[in-house]
Ligand binder design. Structure first.
Ligand SMILES: NC(=O)c1ccc[n+]([C@@H]2O[C@H](COP(=O)([O-])OP(=O)(O)OC[C@H]3O[C@@H](n4cnc5c(N)ncnc54)[C@H](OP(=O)(O)O)[C@@H]3O)[C@@H](O)[C@H]2O)c1
Length: 329
């Protein structure tokens, strides 16, 4: 294929625009791999980048998409040969390098993870950056001493990609999971994924004092802002909060009390540049012992590249849930 189709984002004197374009294939240079992309996915960051509503891209124009999976077509990296199935997420994709919303992706081979046994491109992208980020949060919390006896795990932004994955993984690992969601119609769906209880977004609104009654053994926070502050005030001694997202705000106004009197830990999670050994380990877990049992129930839509603008608008308006797979090829 000498020319291929891509969803490309521009920002210039004419302003922001994005859509499908034909691009010409270029050969891989030393260390690079050419991947024939079959699947990608939609993450919150993709919606911000694709609509121009968030400052995600550092250079223009770029192909969007932080996720990609497919088959190696050409390789100048010693670790990969044509025919290998691979996953690429994060790194410079849709940041300062072309991303996964294209039939062809040319990337440094060091950005790739070999497809683990038990996954294919479609299931890997159903998991995508959301699954990898949830796995990173779980990993960081477990390494820092999280255990079921500390109390339930609170997951907010629960109906979103990262939230639903975090619920499923912690439930599978034997934790009691409490979900916070602003979508009452999805409470039953969240229970089927593994939530023991589902609360509304206002559940912690009264938690204003530096230390409130300890209710959670740990938390995965996709929301940030005031809800993260409320979580710091209500976490049990020794508990961990994985700081993942900012769907509700990027500020954090709290006190040092939870940290110095309860030994609470706030663990930053950045899925973009997880070092390769840990990245490979987390994908191995996702394919096996941390694999969400109801992955098919988390996949709520499959779209083509042409439908991305509409999907981005729905996601930013809070009208999507679960995971959205992009069928590229
Ligand atoms: N650190 C990292 O490496 C990393 C990786 C991936 C994503 N993220 C971030 O994590 C967050 C979740 O990403 P995602 O891909 O899962 O997005 P998503 O699928 O759009 O999910 C976000 C969820 O947050 C909740 N929400 C939205 N607006 C809210 C508001 N104003 N207040 C409270 N809750 C709100 C909604 O859940 P309910 O309706 O159920 O409440 C929504 O489904 C985003 O901020 C994203 O940028 C970070």
């Amino acid at each position: 294929m000498s020319s291929y189709t891509a969803f490309r984002i521009h920002q210039d004197e004419e302003g922001h625009r994005a859509g499908i374009e034909p691009l010409t294939r270029s050969e891989p240079t030393e260390g690079e791999v050419l991947v024939r992309v079959t699947h990608s996915s939609v993450n919150y960051k993709d919606a911000l980048a694709g609509t121009g509503r968030g400052k995600i891209l550092r250079t223009f124009p770029l192909v969007g998409g932080v996720d990609a999976a497919g088959q190696v077509e050409d390789s100048r990296h010693p670790g990969y040969r044509p025919g290998d199935q691979v996953i690429a997420t994060g790194w410079g994709m849709s940041f300062d390098h072309d991303g996964g919303y294209a039939q062809i992706l040319r990337v440094p081979g060091d950005w790739l993870v070999p497809m683990p046994e038990g996954l294919d491109s479609a299931t890997a992208m159903t998991l995508g950056t959301a699954g990898l980020t949830a796995a990173l949060a779980v990993h960081r919390m477990l390494v820092n001493g999280q255990r079921p006896e500390l109390g339930p795990i609170l997951v907010n932004g629960a109906s979103g990609g990262v939230g639903s994955m975090a619920i499923a993984i912690f439930a599978k690992l034997g934790y009691e999971v409490v979900a916070i969601s602003g979508k009452p119609r999805l409470h039953d769906w969240l229970r089927t994924l593994g939530a023991a209880r589902v609360l509304g977004r206002e559940a912690l609104a009264g938690a204003r004092r530096p230390l409130e009654k300890a209710q959670w053994g740990g938390a995965v926070d996709n929301v940030g802002g005031e809800m993260l502050a409320q979580i710091t005030r209500t976490l049990a001694p020794g508990g961990n909060i994985a700081a993942v997202g900012l769907a509700g705000g990027h500020e954090l106004n709290t006190t040092v009390m939870p940290f110095i009197l309860r030994g609470v830990s706030l663990l930053g999670c950045n899925s973009v540049d997880i070092p390769l050994p840990l990245r490979t380990q987390l994908w191995g877990h996702l394919a096996d012992d941390w694999r969400p049992p109801r992955l098919e129930a988390m996949l709520t839509a499959t779209v083509g590249l042409g439908e991305l603008p509409k999907v981005f608008e729905h996601m930013l308006a809070g009208e999507t849930h679960g995971r959205i797979l992009v069928q590229v090829d």
